[in-house]
Design a protein around this ligand. Structure first.
Ligand code: DGL
Length: 284
């Protein structure tokens, strides 16, 4: 059977943070059926070896293909850096991946200093070095890994004094170096955007790649005649590789309780290319 407009869109991230991308897609493509895999058992990906992330990404994408995904969105900058090329080599379907919006930020900055918040994995990647080489030009790019913010979002902690204190520490670092534009280079951070904006102040532009990814996804679907055309009625179905109950509570916290019918299931054990012993040694 061929691909049909009614087939779903597959999306994945290391955990629930990538729901920020799901929200952006939902706004732009309200009729689509969205399948989201949160690899919570292995989150965060940020400090993990590239080969491990690549193996997980291929396994999650394979699972989404078995669910008839007509397109794949890598809702994770870290997995894009580690696995986008491997995914494109191995899968036939349209793949939309995400990376920190250095190009946009370099065009937006007025004082020629841009701050990028991202994971260690993204910042250390050859892909990120390539982005800087291509798009930074004369703009100075200041980077700041913020793994603690990923953990907070994974626990659904997106407000409160302690969370604000941690956000402030990262944002102040970027401001002290002169940034007037901050790139949210990890899909977990948009959940903290109100706090990041408060810490940065009104003069600083905050850039999130989620809406651009949703636009690009729509363009690719329309180009292939694969967009679902109806007035709305799209659904969100989630699988998690960790506990279902806590994923449900955190999801509702992150994307609101307006999704009563949010279906969350346990992700089945996925075949990995590497042996379990290798996974144990490098991944856990
Ligand atoms: N949300 C992910 C990203 O955009 C990864 C966070 C993590 O698992 O470290 O990079």
């Amino acid at each position: 059977m061929g691909t049909a407009c009614d087939d779903p869109i597959g999306i994945f991230d290391s955990g629930l943070g990538g729901l920020s991308v799901v929200q952006a897609i939902r706004r732009r493509l309200p009729a689509e059926q969205l399948l989201y895999v949160a690899d919570c058992a292995y989150a965060p990906y940020g400090g993990r070896p590239t080969a491990f992330i690549r193996a997980r990404a291929l396994a999650l994408a394979g699972f989404l293909q078995t669910q008839r995904a007509k397109a794949l969105v890598v809702a994770c900058n870290t997995a894009t850096a580690a696995a986008a090329e491997a995914l494109r080599r191995q899968l036939e379907l349209p793949i939309i991946a995400m990376e920190p919006a250095v190009k946009l930020a370099a065009a937006a900055t007025r004082c020629n200093v841009v701050g990028v918040l991202a994971t260690e994995g993204t910042l250390a990647s050859a892909r990120f070095a390539g982005l800087l080489a291509r798009f930074a030009g004369a703009v100075r790019v200041v980077t700041r890994p913020a793994p603690d913010l990923v953990l907070l979002v994974e626990r659904g902690e997106i407000d409160g004094i302690e969370v604000m204190r941690r956000v402030q520490a990262h944002v102040s670092h970027l401001l002290r170096q002169g940034s007037d534009t901050i790139v949210l280079g990890c899909t977990h951070y948009p959940h903290l955007r109100p706090l990041i904006e408060r810490a940065a102040g009104p003069e600083v532009a905050i850039i999130d790649t989620g809406p651009a990814v949703a636009r690009e996804l729509r363009r690719r679907l329309e180009e292939k005649g694969l967009a679902r055309s109806s007035a709305g009625g799209g659904t969100i179905r989630i699988w998690t590789s960790a506990a279902v109950d806590s994923a449900r509570a955190v999801s509702q916290r992150l994307i609101g309780s307006g999704h009563d019918a949010l279906v969350i299931d346990a992700l089945p054990n996925l075949p990995m290319l590497q042996s379990d012993a290798w996974m144990q040694a490098t991944g856990r």
